[in-house]
Write a protein that binds this ligand. Sequence first.
Ligand code: GLC
Ligand code: CA
Length: 555
Amino acid sequence: MALDGQPHGTTGAGAHRRPPAWLSEAVIYQIYPAAFADSNGDGIGDLRGVREHLDHLAWLGVDTLWLSPCFASPFGDGGYDISDYLTIAPRYGSNEDADALIEAARARGMRIMFDLVPGHTSHEHPWFLESIRNPDDDRYIWSDRVGAPVRGWIPNHAGRGGYYLANFYAIQPALNFGYARPDPAEPWRQPVDAPGPRANRAALREVMAYWFDRGVSGFRVDMAASLVKDDPGSVETGRLWAEMRDWIDREYPGRILLSEWGDPKTSVPAGFHADFFLHFTGTALRSLWDNGTGSQGSWPAIGPCYFDPDGGGSMGTFLDAWREADKAIDGAGHIALPTANHDFSRLTCGPRTRDMVAPAFAFLLTWPTLPVIYYGDEIGMRYVPGLPDKEGSQLDAEARQGSRTPMQWDASAGAGFSTAGAERYYLPVDPAPDRPDVATERADEGSLLHHVHRLIALRKQTPALRSGGTVRVLHRDYPFVYLRGESHLVVVNGRREPAGAPWPASGPAPRVLAAHGVELTASGIQAAGFSYAVYELAPGAQVSAYEDADAATAD
Ligand code: GLC
Ligand code: CA
């Protein structure tokens, strides 16, 4: 399968760039490699395990698999502490296993994305081992002037002494990409084009080229905003990524970068093909599904979210943020919307049980954002509270391990994840007696897995439903009703209480493409609790917004 080449713009000219067509049609699926499938019985997931489940993923319809880091690492932060960017961690397999996975995916029309961690390495990376000894090395950020311990500056006890700047945990020294506001009086504040920062930019391109040449289709970019330090408005960091984008468009057209920045209105115009709405910036994502509510995350509650079983939420916060970002992006890329990820709680969390989340998937798969499904969310795996720290997963009050438990493949004791004894599992399997699993749900047409399967298939068959494209909001908030491409009407009710709205279109009856708890009656739309529907309007139908509607248009 050929990768689509794409026209590209000039440096910084976001408006001239367009994402590759495949990305606009993609449904991305995030895999946490240690927890997905263990092929050799050591209790830890691996690349061969992923390969052995590709047929299932192809059936589900997800077409782009993003793997959290699977590179050599001491695993002090779950592999986000890399000691060799060019070697698959032995526990996950070999570089040949990566080749085999990429090839097996390609044969099924699927793509593989890896995780790029550009801002820091492990403290065991050879670059850092050199830097702690050699006072002339400036690949990292060094100061000998920081007296008392200062947040982020870590004392170095080897050769050159002094302090290095950490990017996240102390074991993750920040690579030196310079400062936006250099200051000769503080010599560690180097300009962005000093030799160290330039060497690091070149190294980033080498890492990407290595995996592009082996066939990956892109990278999710970890902490993408963190590169240039003291960078008001992220202007210099944006320039750095614009340069990377120009290089990709030139050398690897059709490959993509999806940032963990959390501010698509800034990052996509700078050069990323897509960026996430995330839990840690703004409230757009949490206003939809506030997965971390209560004791299960350290994120302050922001009031009821739209997909709160008790209702009381509003689409307003999301719509405002989405419109602002969509306008700034102006067709140059996408806003990615995750169901969850390895850093925050799953969609099925707290009071929101798995029988309640199908409408959230209906929204995810019909709104013009780029859908990203976190492994297991499609069967309603829950966030498992109360687990111990695993490889740095416990981050202050955030128990990220609750979202990293083994994928549940079948109803056996080990959930089909591994043949190892349970004590060797990466993390315990969810102990809930009614935990969901793939095999049981595949056999049940009414299961969440089948809802997700049908919704993905519908999205694939229906160009009007894909990422980008137009949308008009006709009714908010319960039920949320919107029109895609002037032809497809979507109804979503995210709460337990039923909700109604008038039918907004004139003309003959629509075609029902998907309906779960929604009926069209003489008095209009009747949406049961946790329901959704997708209709194709009769040709020529006229659509009118209701009084409280809130028109929005993309593109
Ligand atoms: C990102 C990752 C997170 C990791 C951190 C440091 O936020 O998603 O898991 O701990 O970066 O690399
Ligand atoms: Ca294994």
